[in-house]
Design a protein around this ligand. Structure first.
Ligand code: GLA
Length: 744
């Protein structure tokens, strides 16, 4: 049992292995939040305090008692209009124009298994793995009903929240704002960790104190965005990577979102995650419902690392679906940085030939194979194979690629249309634009109105007709601009942001059903839609258009706070790097790309025989470690924003093996030595360095005794408490990969 209801006191307790979550229906029917944190016993109602607070309103039901105010009480789902002047979780505009929704408890249900959400991705679990609590609240005057859904995955230490808003009244209402999770803390000094960025530089970590006022991040771009990831951490001021309390909120949604952290007049903190409200006005007629996407909550008392571990497991095992979700992924080579738009069928065959000789499993034909598409100004929407450009049919091409013993994958961008395309000429009204206004262009393309079923169906049929032509085993689903002209011929503009995302999900669901064995990689100019919603359909996402290994150390560090390595698309590309102009060794590029779904993004024909030999070895190494990388526990060993090095570690679940990765980020005269401390090993066990990479070998050759030398043995406790000295080299960005095996 993970969910308990104490009838006398009307207290609901949700329990996971390490956390307790508690709330209570009070004597007036309000649902008050009592506690979320490390496991505790008993009623936490004593935490509630009541004082006469000037300028804070009192509900009529309390009579003359001026100490009862929604403005000060911790609530489970604060609605606008009840006397709480903090930011609300839900704002409902009634038919008379007022914005009041006074939600009181009506009933509840506790059942086995995890709830699902119609049309939306959500954490899934077996009947035995989870329990669901549904709480029904109602505003008696308008008839608005709100179902609060809680999923408890006890063993995983995860609680999910979602909300269903139903118009149970006679008149139309409009939902103007809706969060799926709200956490009120009566006490504590917190810091908020958010992950901001830009195209080609996503998920940088920002840590800042939560002060008085309302701090908000989010996306108005139609996708979850490069700029802010829909996942945040609220940490006690002194929480570190390894120690202290912290809470996570991960939104399982790929569109506009909003996260708010507010410290109120009494020093109380409110954290909320939900739909972005600026472009959102969702009308509900009598009987209609709106489902607010799910937020995944987790609590860790073992610092940020402990929190990440829970999210990695939850996303890997309860979000990602399909054949590939738990399988190691094919090593692929992608044509984009190898050839951009300038390729023929022969180019792809040559890549396949090179791939075969290097041990690479799959070749991916990126943008440029369809319609009239020799640059990024035309052709989107015309999903017909450009046989003239390829010099063959798609079937012939995939057959030839397969003859090399190499799989074939293809790039698509279903949501977009170029004005210079047959599709646009035929259906200009299918692109999102506001009548009477010029559309806002981006990458010279417009966005198709995916909230409309007939638009989706047309594109779906075109794309399936392509995918059915040959043996296509992988699709890269791209999305290369932010949305702007939120308008639809079919529905009111306030619904478009949400219905668009549901349209994308509907398309993806149909695609995954029709091609259950196909691996789909999400992409949005790299990591512009890197979220748990997309991961429900695509178990991996191209992490960033930035393939520079040094920048990637930081981008992948930020990504690792929530998303497992199996979700992170990462490739070795050519030098000088096409995004930064920086050159780092092939070895370093390989080590960094191995912290993801490994692959290449370059033209092997341009490499020397020595480089090819190194790649062959790299691929062999990756395959040897792939299961450990994908299924092992991942530990961050440094903060690459502060340390002179980036380091991370994979440890097998049974602690028998560990793979240490270090990339030096700084070099100085008379360089100081960095010591990297390992984690997650068996302290009493002895580990032996069984394979150190080529560069470590090179250092050994130079005659200096190095900690990374094969054959050296260390106790797990020594590796964790004292660490290993990282070699000092006269070089920029050397990297080390060290395999440790438990001997005793
Ligand atoms: C986006 C992707 C790239 C590539 C191009 C093709 O930028 O992130 O990897 O596929 O589109 O146009």
């Amino acid at each position: 049992m993970a969910i308990y209801y104490e009838e006398q006191e009307q207290i609901f307790t949700l329990e996971t292995v390490n956390s307790t979550y508690q709330m209570k229906v009070d004597r007036f029917g309000f649902l008050l939040h009592l506690y979320y944190g490390k496991r505790v016993s008993g009623s936490m109602e004593y935490l509630l305090t009541y004082y006469d607070r000037g300028f804070s309103g009192n509900p009529a039901a309390v009579g003359n008692d001026r100490t009862y105010s929604m403005d000060a009480l911790p609530q489970e789902y604060p609605a606008m209009g009840t006397g709480d002047y903090r930011s609300s979780a839900v704002v409902i505009r009634n038919a008379d124009g007022s914005a009041c929704c006074d939600l009181r408890y009506v009933s509840h249900e506790i059942r086995r298994g995890k709830y699902g959400l119609q049309g939306l991705p959500a954490v899934y679990a077996g009947e035995e793995e989870a329990e669901t609590l549904t709480l029904l609240l109602e505003d008696k005057v308008s008839g608005v009903q709100v179902q609060l859904l809680y999923g408890v995955l006890e063993k995983e230490d995860i609680i999910t929240r979602s909300v269903r808003i139903v118009n149970g009244g006679l008149e139309q209402i409009t939902v103007e704002k809706a969060a799926s999770a709200c956490l009120d803390f009566e006490t504590g000094e917190y810091e908020l960790l958010t992950f901001y960025g830009r195209h080609a530089m996503e998920r940088n970590l920002q840590r800042m104190p939560v002060e008085h006022g309302n701090y908000m991040i989010g996306s108005r771009r139609g996708a979850s965005s490069h700029q802010y990831n829909p996942a945040v951490i609220l940490a006690d001021r002194h929480t570190t990577e390894d120690m202290g309390n912290c809470y996570g909120m991960v939104f399982v949604y790929s569109g506009n979102f909003q996260c708010e952290a507010e410290k109120d007049q009494y020093g109380q903190t409110r954290l909320m995650m939900g739909l972005q409200s600026d472009y959102f006005r969702y009308p509900l007629a009598q009987g209609e419902a709106l489902v607010v996407p799910e937020t995944i909550l987790a609590f860790s008392d073992r610092g940020l690392g402990g929190l990440s571990e829970k999210y990695h497991r939850c996303i890997r095992e309860h979000i990602c679906r399909g054949k590939y979700s738990r399988q190691t992924r094919p090593v692929l080579i992608n044509s984009w940085e190898a050839a951009y738009f300038d390729f023929t069928g022969e180019t792809i065959c040559n890549l396949a030939g090179e791939a075969a000789s290097l041990g690479i499993d799959m070749v991916v034909m990126d943008d440029g194979w369809f319609g009239k598409r020799n640059d990024d100004n035309s052709g989107l929407g015309d999903w017909q194979v450009n046989e003239k450009k390829l010099g063959c049919t798609l079937k012939e091409l995939t057959d030839k690629v397969n003859e090399f013993g190499v799989k074939f994958g293809i790039w698509i961008e279903p949501e977009m249309v170029s004005e210079d395309s047959a599709l646009y000429r035929e259906h200009p009204d299918w692109a999102m634009r506001i009548p009477g206004r010029e559309p806002v262009r981006s990458r010279n393309q417009l966005v198709l109105d995916f909230s409309r079923a007939e638009v989706r169906e047309h594109i779906f049929n075109q794309i399936c007709a392509v995918l059915d032509q040959g043996n296509i085993e992988y699709v890269k689903w791209d999305m290369n601009r932010s949305l702007m002209d939120f308008y639809s011929a079919d529905r009111c503009p306030g619904k478009v942001t949400y219905d668009y995302v549901l349209g994308v999900y509907d398309f993806l669901e149909k695609l995954t059903r029709r091609y259950p064995d196909m691996l789909i990689e999400g992409c949005c100019g790299g990591g512009g839609r890197f979220d748990a919603g997309m991961l429900y359909y695509t178990p991996q996402i191209w992490c960033s258009d930035n393939t520079d290994a040094v920048d990637r150390v930081r981008i992948q560090y930020g990504t690792s706070f929530f998303y497992p390595v199996s979700a992170v698309g990462s490739h070795v590309s050519a030098v000088p790097n096409h995004q930064t102009g920086r050159s780092v060794s092939l070895h370093t590029r390989g080590v960094v790309a191995m912290a993801g779904t490994f692959g290449y993004e370059l033209d092997p024909a341009k490499l020397s025989p020595a480089e090819k030999a190194e790649i062959r070895e790299q691929v062999r190494d990756y395959k040897r470690h792939a299961a450990l990388i994908q299924n092992g526990s991942y530990y961050r060993l440094s903060n690459p924003y502060e340390a002179a090095y980036g380091a991370w570690l994979f440890v097998a679940q049974n602690q028998e093996e560990a793979l240490l990765n270090v990339v030096m980020l700084e070099t100085h005269g008379n360089m100081t030595v960095s010591y990297v401390k390992l984690k997650g090993l068996a302290p009493e066990a002895v580990y032996e360095v069984t394979a150190a990479d080529a560069e470590a070998g090179r250092i050994e050759d130079s005659g200096r005794l190095q900690a990374f030398t094969p054959g050296r043995r260390y106790f797990g406790s020594a590796l964790m408490e004292a660490g290993l000295p990282v070699p000092v080299e006269m070089a920029e960005y050397p990297a080390y990969q060290v395999l440790l095996k438990k001997m005793i």
